[in-house]
Write a protein that binds this ligand. Structure first.
Ligand SMILES: [Zn+2]
Length: 80
């Protein structure tokens, strides 16, 4: 099964309905079946894109989403 990290790396393609292989689609569905967190994350990302479209703003491109994901990977929460 995909890790959450691997799932999130494909998020832009999932949202943009880009071509994914049958194996990738099955792995994504399987991950979403077991992972409540990624299911919520995907839902929120889709809502964000839908709201951006209604606001007559340009939705983020795949490149912008991938850049944001790369920035988030460097983010850590301090637990002091
Ligand atoms: Zn997950």
């Amino acid at each position: 099964m995909l890790s959450c990290k691997e799932f999130v790396e494909q998020l832009a393609k999932i949202i943009d309905n880009e071509e994914l292989t049958l194996g990738q689609k099955l792995n994504n569905k399987l991950h979403l079946f077991f992972c409540h967190h990624c299911k919520t994350y995907l839902k929120q990302a889709k809502i964000t894109v839908a709201v951006a479209k209604k606001l007559d703003c340009e939705p983020p491109t795949s490149t912008q989403i991938e850049q944001s994901i790369a920035e988030m990977k460097g983010f850590s929460v301090s637990q002091e």
